[in-house]
Design a protein around this ligand. Structure first.
Ligand code: TRP
Length: 338
């Protein structure tokens, strides 16, 4: 069976951008493939990755909430879907150490995320530097070929591939090398990563760390508040609806949001609205789609209990430990630790 694997960090409440750009596409992908016995899907919370940076509120609560997000977004559970927490599978940390001794300072220092986060800061923690190696361990332990993630993580996939190939070359064919990022994109069925924009400054990505509340919709915003934010979104003065991310990013963002919310091809939404001169009409439609989606999502979320999540994790973590321990053992033998 081929393995599809992905994780979303649990550092805070997520935004509508995270939901539409990451959670929902991954859920649709997982549901599409997990039904037949050709693929299995591993969904995990990289909680060890969480503590490299600030956590909003309590990490435990964030972890459980993030797992509930997957379920509320419609992840279908079946025998080929495994859900687990990274820190409950100790092999991740152990393999990370061994891979630390295969990866080089040069390649790890070149990671954009590390460069941005560490810039001139002596106080930058070592975890921020080592994070992509732990990520490689997350992937290689399960022989995952497909790792659907956002563009900002592509460099880390290429690093994981390089580490796997170097290890195999030195110690023998132990790891399955994930497919290249070009093939990942093809597998995900997207031309490029979906990037929901900031509602007030649509040139920028919607981000939970932006201070202005009107810039972002949080998944725990009330449906009414979310609708208001859409109604106050920045547009432009062209006075005609057209999909053009460069010239009309605000309007294009609304069209993109509408397409994802209603699960309609973007092209269809674009042609429905092309030429409309009253931006207010488009906003009203998007506002209603957003509030309806949030209402349903929040209802499903409230119906999932902590106990339910813990039960799913119990099964997922038993399975994950079995697979991960077996691969770790192989690695240990290959490097002659065993
Ligand atoms: N680095 C990812 C992010 O910040 C999360 C992550 C950690 C991950 N390990 C992973 C994603 C392994 C996919 C596979 O979004």
């Amino acid at each position: 069976m081929k393995t599809i694997l992905t994780g979303i960090r649990a550092n805070s409440v997520l935004t509508l951008g995270n939901y539409l750009g990451a959670l929902l596409p991954m859920v649709r992908l997982a549901n599409k493939y997990s039904g037949d016995d050709e693929y299995q899907v591993n969904i995990f919370v990289p909680d060890l990755h969480s503590i490299i940076s600030e956590v909003d509120g309590d990490l435990q609560e964030n972890i459980i909430r993030t797992l509930k997000y997957w379920l509320a977004a419609g992840l279908k559970l079946d025998k080929n879907v495994h859900v687990y927490r990274q820190s409950y599978v100790p092999a991740h940390s152990e393999l990370c150490w061994i891979l630390n001794c295969v990866a080089t300072m040069g390649e790890t220092s070149r990671m954009t995320q590390y460069k941005e986060k560490s810039e001139g800061r002596e106080s930058c923690n070592v975890g921020i530097f080592d994070y992509p190696i732990l990520m490689a361990a997350d992937i290689l332990l399960y022989s995952a070929q497909y790792v659907p993630i956002g563009e900002d993580q592509f460099q880390h996939i290429e690093l994981a591939r390089n580490i796997a190939m170097r290890f195999n070359h030195k110690y023998g064919e132990v790891f399955t090398v994930p497919v290249s990022t070009a093939e990942q994109v093809k597998f995900m069925g997207v031309d490029e990563g979906i990037r929901i924009r900031d509602l007030l400054n649509p040139e920028k990505k919607m981000s939970k760390s932006t201070a202005a509340a009107g810039s972002k919709i949080m998944l725990d915003d009330s449906p009414e508040l979310a609708a208001k934010k859409i109604m106050s979104a920045t547009t432009d003065s062209y006075g005609k609806v057209k999909f053009d991310m460069w010239a009309q990013p605000g309007i294009s963002n609304l069209l993109q949001i509408e397409a994802l919310l209603t699960d309609t091809p973007l092209q269809d939404v674009i042609s429905t609205w092309a030429g409309e001169t009253r931006y207010g009409e488009l906003k009203k439609k998007v506002a209603s789609s957003v509030s309806q989606t949030l209402e349903e999502f929040q209802k499903r979320l409230s119906e999932i209990s902590d106990e339910q999540v813990l039960m799913i994790l119990g099964m997922g973590e038993n399975y994950a430990n079995e697979i991960a321990d077996a691969k770790l053992k192989e690695v240990q033998k290959a490097v002659r630790l065993r």
